[in-house]
Design a protein around this ligand. Structure first.
Ligand SMILES: Cc1ncc(COP(=O)(O)O)c(C=O)c1O
Length: 503
């Protein structure tokens, strides 16, 4: 396999590797099943950093050209476009040649892969932010549907307004008042999940090349949206009080970002809460530099200790904040119902953009949520969930803490779904993914939550989906996987250097 790197080229090195391998696969030079060299070997051969090769392989995996298999390494996919593109006449259409642009061909399939793991009974899922399955209100859903069929009739499944059913927007605006949001129904739009709000924001505001400020770390699903929009991402570090607004102030002076994206409350993945002082400072900066703030808040209701802090939207007196939230974590993710609160001029554009995507969100789901809010069924449910998740968090923390010989540290989150754990840098991340898969536990690798390659080694463990017993077992399996990865990293270093190395 011959790859030449041009260090003077403006094309990033990882992209040069992607392009060359892509070319070799589509020309048939690398046949399906061909084993690509391990990342370290290729990195050494090319004289590049290992993460450069890792990024290139991830890109290629996203296009479906290569597959990574634990135990078999990285191979050219059986159904790679080589097989498709080289064949003639009656051959299937070469779809991969037709996609709009590179960006949409190279999206990372990680979220989809993580969701898929939830169906494997042998794997304890600590990777995905799924609500507790035993507490999903499926019986209530049945009862309400029967009631609604009787009361609403065919309108239950009719088309509806793009902004959302007016009955729901009224009940939601009343409920939001209890959360400190003085929001009229006209400032609200019902979304098909808050993920849609991220996508709409990109569609309405972002042109390729624009700059967006994100926290480091941040939500992987937002990174994917912004990358697809081909914007430049500027990271602001976070600490125990959330986004470092002193650093933000400096960035805003030097760059002219189009948007600031933040998760101030029980951040995904770090679990941190932005202090009130920082929230005020962030708004001050947004006003001074005339930049809109996108506040993503799926976990705000899931606080297990301490007093709530007003959302940025609740503090926003000047209309700089677009607020997203969802009922995915507190009711049922399958309803796909979230919402956006936005200043009127922006809202008009959001509505037009949503209209082209799905016309409106699921009507039945909207009626169900409307009934839940009108019948005051949400509050008692939240009270139960807060207890359930607090005990799950404690169970995971206790089980991890029992492994004193394994170097894992974290700060206990006061809410949300996640434990953000720091591991020694010496635990090589691809080895950890492989040893966790063979131990039967899944986790979210921390590097996926950064716009740039992080200096430190993190993992996100979710405590929402597995029950307490599974969490204990999951923590044990994860601790074993860390030990295993650490010792195999040590062995590899020794083999490569020929000397015993302390790492
Ligand atoms: C920070 C954040 N934003 C948005 C979403 C998407 O949620 P929804 O199901 O409402 O689309 C999630 C889901 O995990 C999330 O964690």
């Amino acid at each position: 396999m011959e790859i030449t790197i041009d260090r003077n080229s403006r094309t990033p090195i990882y992209r040069q590797i992607v392009d060359r391998i892509h070319e070799m696969i589509t020309s048939g030079a690398l046949p399906p099943g061909f084993s690509l060299p391990p990342e370290r070997r290729l990195a050494d051969a090319l004289g590049v950093n290992r993460t450069t090769v890792l990024t290139a392989y991830r890109d290629l995996k996203g296009t479906g050209l290569i597959d990574a298999h634990v135990g078999r390494g990285t191979i050219v996919a059986e159904q790679s476009s080589a097989t498709i593109e080289r064949s003639t006449d009656s051959s299937p259409l070469a779809w991969s040649q037709l996609f709009r642009d590179r960006a949409s061909r190279t999206r990372d399939p990680l979220i989809r892969d993580l969701l898929e793991l939830t169906e494997r009974p042998d794997v304890i899922v600590l990777s995905a932010g799924l609500p507790a399955p035993e507490h999903l209100p499926h019986e209530l859903l049945g009862e309400l549907t029967t009631e609604l069929v009787r009361d609403i009739g065919p309108a239950l499944i009719q088309y509806g307004p793009t902004e959302g059913l007016s009955s729901l927007r009224r009940s939601l605006s009343r409920w939001l008042l209890t959360r400190g949001h003085r929001t009229s129904p006209a400032d609200l739009m019902i979304l098909s999940g808050s993920q849609q709000g991220l996508d709409l924001t990109a569609r309405v505001f972002l042109d390729p090349g624009d700059t967006v400020v994100v926290e480091a770390p941040t939500y992987i699903g937002a990174l994917e949206v912004f990358r697809t929009a081909r914007v430049r991402l500027l990271e602001v570090p976070t600490d125990a009080e959330g986004m470092r607004t002193d650093v933000l102030a400096d960035l805003l002076e030097r760059h002219r970002p189009k948007l600031i994206y933040t998760l101030p409350t029980f951040q995904n993945p770090s679990g941190t809460v932005m202090s009130l002082e920082r929230r005020r400072h962030l708004l001050e900066l947004a006003i001074r530099h005339r930049v809109p703030v996108l506040e993503d808040d799926p976990y705000g209701e899931l606080r297990y200790s301490g007093e709530p802090i007003p959302s940025l939207k609740a503090l926003d007196r000047t209309g700089h904040v677009i607020h997203l939230s969802t009922f995915s974590k507190t009711l049922m993710p399958g309803l796909r119902i979230g919402y956006m609160i936005a200043p009127r001029p922006a809202m008009q554009q959001f509505v037009l953009a949503k209209q082209t995507i799905d016309l409106h969100s699921n009507t039945l789901g909207q009626w169900i949520l409307d009934r839940i809010l009108r019948n005051d069924l949400l509050e008692p449910r939240l009270a139960v969930l807060r207890k359930v998740y607090a005990s799950r968090r404690d169970a995971l923390e206790t089980a991890l803490a029992a492994h004193r010989d394994v170097d894992i540290s974290w700060k206990s989150p006061a809410g949300g779904f996640y434990l953000w754990c720091k591991l020694p840098r010496s635990v090589e991340r691809t080895r950890l993914v492989a040893s966790a898969a063979s131990a039967g536990v899944s986790f979210l690798p921390g590097w996926t939550s950064f716009a740039e390659e992080p200096d430190e080694n993190f993992v996100r463990l979710s405590f929402s989906f597995a029950d307490e017993k599974q969490l204990e077992e999951g923590a044990n399996r994860f601790a074993i996987a860390v030990q295993h990865a650490a010792s195999s990293t040590r062995k590899a270093v020794q083999q490569e250097t020929g000397t015993p190395t302390i790492v």
